[in-house]
Design a protein around this ligand. Structure first.
Ligand code: MN
Ligand code: MN
Length: 462
């Protein structure tokens, strides 16, 4: 046996240091899979989170709240697309709060505002993809339809179709290999082009024996939409409809050690943060757990982290207690709770192995993201890294470090920079994911469990 170094250390499989956590991890992930199946989109995610929060004593934060009693649990629903959960701590807000900020939007196909057309007796929806996808991954997989659409009279209907076994699903076609000589010569990026992501939605025409019906298949599809939802073609201009993979979260591997599901970036961090927040009872510091929207499109819009919504909520809290938010922020820490790319042995070339995160090696502390020399990165300070690592070590949370990939091979970002610009110490902390941004992302149950333990350890921070 080799002598164990007193100085060197390696990042190892979770089960080498936390030998007995497998069963707890398996059980924890049963709840996670249910959450995923009920929360395919940011709107559905907000509904699920508020339901769970209310069941656990959270009340909607309103202007009527005149004092903040320690232990009080509050939530703020921002337009049904992002939500903030708060647990008031024993200490003054001036001493800082613990932020945990994940995002609940995921890459997908949005409908264009005038989406329905017929071509050669097939009816289709036109789409515009949202976030960073590899377009060739989206044809020939079952898709489901989710979202909200307003009618002319101001009423609206929420649609979720294609998730249940007996519901119809939708699909994008691809060319058969026999006729793909030209397509095979395209770049992978253009293997399927954006304007080829057309969703098949019908093929039966309206038959009228007396007169010819123009675009009879489209007409029949519209009739079904009207009969089912009382919506007409123009109503798609006042809608947000998203198509996502119609798959369910499932166990992967003979040992059932992993989970495949759509949207784990970043709902794997959202779920672990949600449970840690709910279980955070009577903390010293106030916890502010955010489930944000629009991260996949640079956090823009009034439900993304570029918006003032979170900081307005903080102003409201500060007004009640008579403190200044800037005092609060400089003493606060934020875990930007987002996933990182797990080392993939099949595509080893793009990773620098010593600084990559590995599945089953624990929660990932990502010091910096960005591209071309850390451009656009928050880059957590040595002090912040030291504080968070100590919190993990004190509570036996298995952690690892993780760079996105080799220097100059690509890049990425998170909400971290939009928080740290407020003078808040911020670090990215989340789960390592294989096949990130694909319709079927892969994670490890042990990592999910230790990420939950990491957020718990952080929220207990006093
Ligand atoms: Mn993410
Ligand atoms: Mn992402």
């Amino acid at each position: 046996m080799a002598r164990k170094s007193e100085y060197a250390s390696e990042y190892e499989h979770i089960l080498k240091s936390d030998k007995n956590c497998l069963k707890a991890a398996q059980e924890f992930c049963e709840g996670y899979k249910k959450f995923m199946d009920n929360s395919k989109t940011e709107r559905e995610c907000v509904n699920t989170i508020i339901k769970i929060a209310e069941e656990n004593g959270y009340k909607e934060f309103s202007n009527n709240v005149k004092s903040l009693k320690a232990g009080t649990k509050l939530y703020v629903n921002n337009r049904g697309k992002s939500v903030v959960l708060i647990t008031i701590g024993k200490e003054s807000l001036e001493k800082g709060v613990n932020f945990v900020i994940s995002h609940i939007d995921s890459p997908r196909l949005d409908l264009k505002p005038n989406p329905i057309y017929e071509s050669d007796e097939i009816s289709y929806f036109k789409t515009h993809y949202y976030g960073g996808i590899k377009k060739y991954q989206w044809p020939t997989i079952p898709l489901s339809m989710h979202g909200r659409i307003f009618r002319e009279d101001g009423s609206f209907v929420d649609i979720s179709l294609g998730e249940k076994d007996d519901e119809p699903k939708f699909v994008i076609t691809d060319l058969l290999p026999h006729l793909s000589a030209e397509q095979f010569n395209r770049n992978l990026r253009e293997g399927i082009k954006g304007e080829e992501l057309n969703i098949v939605i019908g093929s039966i025409p309206i038959i009228d024996l007396d007169e010819e019906v123009k675009n009879a298949v489209k007409e029949n599809t519209l009739k079904i939409l009207y009969d089912t939802y009382k919506i007409k073609e123009k109503d798609f201009a006042r809608a947000e409809i998203e198509f996502v993979p119609a798959n369910k979260a499932v166990d992967i591997g003979f040992d059932r050690s992993m989970i495949a599901a759509y949207g784990q970036d970043d709902k794997v961090c959202s779920y672990t943060a949600l449970i840690a927040e709910i279980e955070n009872v009577n903390p010293h510091k106030t916890s502010v757990t955010v489930f944000s929207d629009k991260e996949e499109v640079m956090s823009e819009g009034n439900t993304g982290m570029v918006s003032e919504y979170l900081f307005n909520i903080m102003e409201d809290l500060a007004d009640i207690t008579g403190i200044k938010t800037r005092e609060c922020y400089k003493n606060s820490i934020c875990l930007s709770s987002d996933v990182n790319s797990a080392y993939d042995p099949t595509f080893a070339d793009v990773f620098e192995k010593r600084n990559s995160s590995f599945i089953n090696h624990g929660v990932v502390l990502t010091k910096y993201t960005g591209h071309s020399g850390k451009v656009g990165s928050n880059d957590a300070s040595a002090e912040t890294m030291a504080k968070v690592i100590k919190l993990m070590d004190d509570r036996n949370v298995v952690w690892q470090i993780g760079e996105l990939g080799k220097v100059d091979i690509g890049g990425g970002g998170t909400v971290a920079k939009y928080v740290s610009r407020r003078n808040i110490d911020t670090i990215d902390v989340g789960v390592a994911v294989l096949s990130m941004h694909s319709p079927y992302e892969l994670t490890s149950k042990l990592d999910i469990y230790h990420t939950y333990l990491a957020y718990k350890a952080f929220l207990l921070n006093d």
